[in-house]
Ligand binder design. Structure first.
Ligand code: TRP
Length: 337
């Protein structure tokens, strides 16, 4: 039996942050060891919000370089741009006919925008384009096109995968066969616990993120900005309620954690010292990947080549799937199917 398929996409809307790395990129790369992995750059999803071509191009390179720098091996894992696989958009149109408007009305991302509008006293549909409204359909097409079994994602994306299942079931029911594989979300435990500078969940919408590949100096500066209480140096401190320590735990070894926790509890350690220690372990983890990232961003021709290879292989798979669907749905005239 051939290996099961794991697939995920990242929208190019800015450099991934530590939360994205621990919650999405790292677990996805672990899954790639076991499954036939297909990881792509969801650039058409970005078009909903990014209309500056230079920016979109640059973010696309950033995401590609991030995947590669974090350890994606393009000889084993398929990496491609969504926009290089036009079969995605044909499948999107096909499944539109199987997607109820009511299902889209329930999508969290769309509802969140409606709530923002209501709060601001604007009309419900203000700032909502059809790309946002039908976002889950395009995402379902991404997934269903490649017979995906597993989709490593953050918790916020689980609803979208459930919608992909609903849509796939509607198609399968209509033609009375297993045309489309039903995907399952794989949610990493750590997504829930990556906090940002202010102690809330690390998220671009809270403006509290630490981008993955910052120059060392900037990383240090951000570590110093992490919110702590106002206890004085000599006071005894509680590591378990401290934002600095919460982040530290995600990157430090057991021994390092025990030793820093002891310093908290002994008193005599200022926040500056704890933050410097957090910076040290963070930087140690990130440095080798950052070096790789920086050199990749200097060699766009290499990234272009990797993406072109990926596109070719992805399209081969996609074309076969679309051909089957076309045949089944009656778009191929004179077929005996
Ligand atoms: N919606 C995902 C996000 O915002 C990105 C994405 C697009 C995706 N298509 C996908 C993720 C398909 C998994 C599978 O993070």
């Amino acid at each position: 039996m051939s290996k099961q398929v794991a697939l995920t996409g990242i929208k190019p809307t800015g450099m991934p942050h530590l939360g994205n790395y621990l919650g999405a990129i790292k677990p996805a790369l672990e899954l790639a060891e076991k499954y036939d992995a297909r990881y792509f750059i969801a650039d058409y999803h970005s078009l909903n919000t990014i209309k500056d071509p230079e920016m979109l191009r640059n973010y696309t390179y950033e995401i590609a370089a991030c995947w590669l720098a974090c350890g994606l091996d393009p000889s084993k894992t398929l990496i491609y741009r969504q926009s290089d696989v036009p079969e995605t958009f044909e499948l999107t149109t096909m499944i539109m006919a199987f997607t109820t408007k009511g299902l889209m009305n329930r999508a969290h991302a769309y509802k969140a925008q409606v709530d923002v509008n209501k709060e601001k006293g604007k009309p419900e549909d203000h700032n909502i384009n059809m790309g946002l409204y039908t976002y889950p359909v395009l995402m379902a097409a991404d997934i269903l096109l490649f017979d995906t079994n597993y989709v490593p994602v953050g918790k916020d994306q689980v609803q979208h995968i459930e919608m992909a299942v609903d849509i796939a079931e509607a198609v399968n029911r209509a033609y009375n066969k297993e045309l489309l594989t039903l995907p399952k979300p794989v949610v990493s435990e750590s997504t829930q616990v990556v906090i940002g500078l202010d102690g809330r969940k690390m998220s671009k919408s809270y403006d509290n993120t630490i981008a993955l590949f910052l120059p060392e100096k900037k990383l240090k500066k951000l570590c110093n900005k992490i919110v702590t209480n106002s206890q004085a140096v000599e006071e005894v401190k509680d590591p378990e309620t401290c934002n600095v320590f919460t982040l530290y735990k995600l990157f430090a070894t057991e021994e390092e954690q025990a030793s820093l926790a002891a310093k908290y509890r002994a008193g005599g350690m200022g926040w500056g010292e704890a933050k410097a220690e957090l910076f040290r372990v963070l930087n140690e983890t990130i440095s080798p990947m950052r070096d790789k990232y920086d050199s990749l961003m200097e060699d766009k021709a290499y990234i272009d080549k990797v993406l072109a290879d990926g596109a070719e292989r992805a399209r081969e798979l996609a074309k076969a799937k679309i051909a089957l669907l076309r045949r089944t749905m009656g778009f191929e005239l004179h077929s005996n199917n």
